[in-house]
Design a protein. Structure first.
Length: 79
């Protein structure tokens, strides 16, 4: 099965979770949305045992820098 065979297009993003005191990223939250801003539930409702691997966040998350490697400057921008 290819990504074109999933019943709907989707976007997966990773939101940084920041320790406000140290200004370091300590985790990421995986967020899934439809391409026109549809809520996650609209995409999750399409999951079946045969296609659920398409929304697996683990392979994508493995490409992120380690949380402790990212710090934020005073403007809140990753340094």
């Amino acid at each position: 099965m290819t990504s074109s065979e999933f019943p709907a297009p989707f976007i997966m993003a990773f939101q940084s979770i920041v320790n406000a005191r140290t200004r370091t990223v300590f985790a990421y939250e995986a967020v899934v949305r439809g391409p026109r801003g549809e809520p996650a539930q609209a995409i999750l409702d399409l999951l079946t045992p045969a296609n659920r691997g398409f929304l697996c966040a683990i392979p994508a998350a493995q490409r992120l820098p380690p949380p402790s490697a990212r710090c934020l400057d005073d403007a809140g921008t990753a340094a």
